[in-house]
Design a protein around this ligand. Structure first.
Ligand SMILES: Cc1ncc(COP(=O)(O)O)c(C=O)c1O
Length: 449
């Protein structure tokens, strides 16, 4: 056993050390060589060390260097060394983190981390948190609490009786809501298309003046951090109007919620603390390993009512918080461990420095490319930058050339009708020199395309 674990530690370190010099995108040969894995189901057992060597040999070169300093696609944080180390130890513990009585250590860590998160993100002290796989599930989980509450107020028990015959719920979203929010609504039986869409401005912010009149059971979904522009909805007036009408307000803050934890950015998220529930990712900007997301509900009982179960064989009676009372899963890994380790080690100041540095680096990208004559399509208020290199074909050619060259990786998007390259700066590992090196590579690709 120890030989395998030593080999795993060494291979991981070799891999991480290679990330700043290897091409970010795996080369075609490495992807082709994955065919080595296409073997018949083995009949007999074999040496575990040999399986491990195959894994490292075939798959490590075919990975995208998302853990490295120059991956700017999607919204991808790396893994802080302390969070990765905590993850290794937590994997060795192999705790089923569902119930306090059976796994007190990791359940306790989640409680500590929850308290810290509420302080950092300026959320109400009585809120409950659930540790889930990512923002999609965090939205799902928090919106289940919302669905519970708005229907309970109308005299309907949705957990017991489902949605057949239930009073209708009006769900209101911004026109630039993330598509996974719609997926979460669909999974809750609220429908991907059965929503009222509110027009947005040129940055993707919901227009407060366009909010429709709200009546009856209703959920308003707001956004902290648009995936393309990084923009925030105007929370104050929207939340006030929704609450006046008795609606539940949910905020999807997959990465933007962390603005609350940085003094120079918190103005962007001002007012969102007045909502009823929030979703964010830890695997994005908190830089913990996949997968890790967080759902918060101001009303702890609403979340517990939506998620908790009891059974004779489960030791769910506890004076403490049972992690599974707040999430869809009963059995799951102890993902609170990495969240705790990241916050414990960086502290308030280290976290603020990480978020503010990434935003400064986003502005460094925007300034550098604007100075070279390329258009920046968004107000760079957070860590997202949209660059247009001319028409759609040319922009796509530049993006393909950047990806092929390998110094950095950026992906495409279409922002309000314009094709653009997205640059998302979300990693603890990115230095200002990485940004300069990437700027050179992008300019070179643009000149040649
Ligand atoms: C605003 C927003 N919501 C939700 C998500 C989905 O997050 P995840 O992929 O962690 O489920 C994203 C992903 O980028 C996002 O930007």
């Amino acid at each position: 056993m120890y030989a395998i674990l030593d080999a795993a530690a060494q291979a991981s370190q070799r891999y991480l050390a290679s990330l700043s010099t290897r091409p970010v995108c795996p080369d075609a040969e490495a992807v082709k060589a994955l065919s080595e894995l296409d073997e018949p189901l083995p009949d007999a057992s074999s040496d575990p060390a040999q399986t491990f060597r195959l894994l490292d040999r075939a798959v490590s070169p075919a990975t995208m260097a998302m853990a490295g300093p120059r991956f700017f696609g999607f919204v991808i944080g790396g893994a802080l060394p302390v969070a990765l180390g905590a993850s290794w130890l937590a994997s060795a513990w192999d705790q089923n983190a569902g119930l306090y009585e059976s796994t007190p250590g990791v359940a306790h860590l989640e409680e500590v981390a929850t308290g810290w998160l509420k302080e950092l993100l300026d959320l109400p002290a009585a809120s409950a948190a659930g540790f889930v796989t990512g923002a999609t599930m965090a939205n799902f989980t928090a919106l289940a609490a919302a669905r519970h509450t708005v229907l309970a107020r109308a005299g309907w028990n949705v957990e017991a009786d489902g949605l057949f015959g239930a009073p209708a719920i009006t769900v209101i979203i911004g026109d630039e809501a993330h598509p996974t929010l719609l997926k979460s609504l669909g999974m809750l039986g609220l429908g991907r298309n059965r929503v009222v869409r509110v027009p947005v401005d040129g940055q993707g912010r919901m227009r407060a003046d366009a909010l429709p009149a709200i009546a009856g059971p209703a959920i308003l979904c707001l956004q902290a951090g648009n995936v393309n522009t990084g923009a925030f909805d105007p929370f104050g007036p929207l939340i006030e109007a929704a609450h006046r009408a008795g609606a539940w307000v949910h905020v999807d803050g997959a990465f933007g919620l962390w603005a609350k934890a940085a003094p120079s950015l918190s103005y962007l998220a001002q007012g969102l603390e007045g909502a009823d529930s929030w979703a964010t990712d830890a695997h994005k900007w908190l830089n913990v390993p996949y997968d890790s997301g967080l759902a918060f509900s101001r009303d702890a009982d609403a979340l517990r009512s939506a998620m908790a179960i009891t059974a004779e064989y489960l030791p769910s009676e506890s004076a403490h918080r049972n992690p599974s009372d707040f999430v869809p899963e009963l059995s799951r890994r102890a993902r609170g461990v990495e969240v705790w380790a990241a916050i414990r080690s960086l502290g308030r100041a280290g976290l603020a420095e990480l978020f503010e540095r990434n935003c400064r680096q986003a502005r460094q990208f925007a300034r550098g490319l604007q100075a070279s004559g390329y258009a920046v399509l968004n107000d760079v208020v957070l860590n997202q930058v949209l660059i247009c290199f001319g028409d759609a074909q040319r922009t796509r050619r530049v993006i393909a050339a950047v990806q092929k060259e390998g110094t950095c990786w950026c992906g495409p998007t279409v922002w309000q009708g314009k094709t653009a390259m997205r640059i998302s700066v979300s990693s603890w590992a990115t230095t200002d020199e990485d940004v300069d090196q990437s700027l050179d590579a992008i300019r070179h690709a643009a000149r040649g395309s």
